[in-house]
Design a protein around this ligand. Structure first.
Ligand SMILES: O=C(O)CCC(=O)C(=O)O
Length: 197
């Protein structure tokens, strides 16, 4: 398997990275506000017949009536806090989309992680646009081509914005691996459009 460290300007097709989408102070303020005010859940998933809590905390925020089945569990839906509603409205204008949902992940330290997956659920549509904002500790994000298995690594900085669109979910998997020596927490916001069945 080939590996390469990404130049953020040379990411695989469908991935775009902006390191400083939010200022350092705004990112920090938002991190603490969300950590302390959101209602966090730790859903369970079943893999190969074994049921375990996922290795991170989550909060799913969405418009009324929007549901999201995620790895076999349905998340409770929380209303939009003003600060995140304002952010989604800015992003809706910037990307000319209509985000109606936001999945928030809290990685308490480097033991929390997300395994290889693609956000390719039918309710996200064929070529979804997902905007991912990082707050707090820097983490390594990995992108793997489904056929060639080539892996690209990208460091996600606090205040950064990663956009995944086009065929990114069809052609690639992505993951946030453990970094066991990391003691600091991180919050990730992924704005999505969910089409109800
Ligand atoms: O925390 C991250 O940056 C990864 C989030 C992610 O992969 C997802 O929400 O699908």
């Amino acid at each position: 398997m080939q590996r390469q460290k990404a130049n953020p300007h040379m990411l695989p097709n469908g991935f775009y990275y902006q390191a400083k989408a939010l200022s350092a102070q705004k990112s920090l303020d938002l991190f603490y506000y969300l950590r302390d005010s959101l209602t966090w859940q730790q859903p369970k998933t079943t893999v190969f017949g074994k049921t375990n809590p996922i290795p991170r905390m989550q909060c799913f925020i969405a418009d009324a009536g929007v549901r999201y089945g995620y790895s076999g569990s349905t998340l409770n839906v929380e209303p939009w806090p003003d600060v995140l509603d304002a952010m989604r409205q800015r992003l809706n204008k910037q990307f000319d989309v209509g985000f109606n949902a936001l999945l928030v992940n809290l990685y308490r330290d480097g033991n929390d992680c997300m395994g290889w997956h693609a956000d390719d659920e039918a309710e996200l549509g064929y070529e979804p646009i997902i905007v991912s904002i990082s707050l707090g500790a820097e983490r390594v994000f990995k992108i793997k081509h489904k056929v060639t298995k080539e892996v690209t690594s990208l460091t996600l900085h606090s205040g950064s914005c990663l956009v995944m669109n086009g065929l990114s979910q069809q052609q690639y998997l992505h993951a946030l691996p453990k970094q066991t020596r990391l003691a600091h927490p991180r919050i990730n916001l992924t704005f999505r459009t969910i089409f109800q069945k």
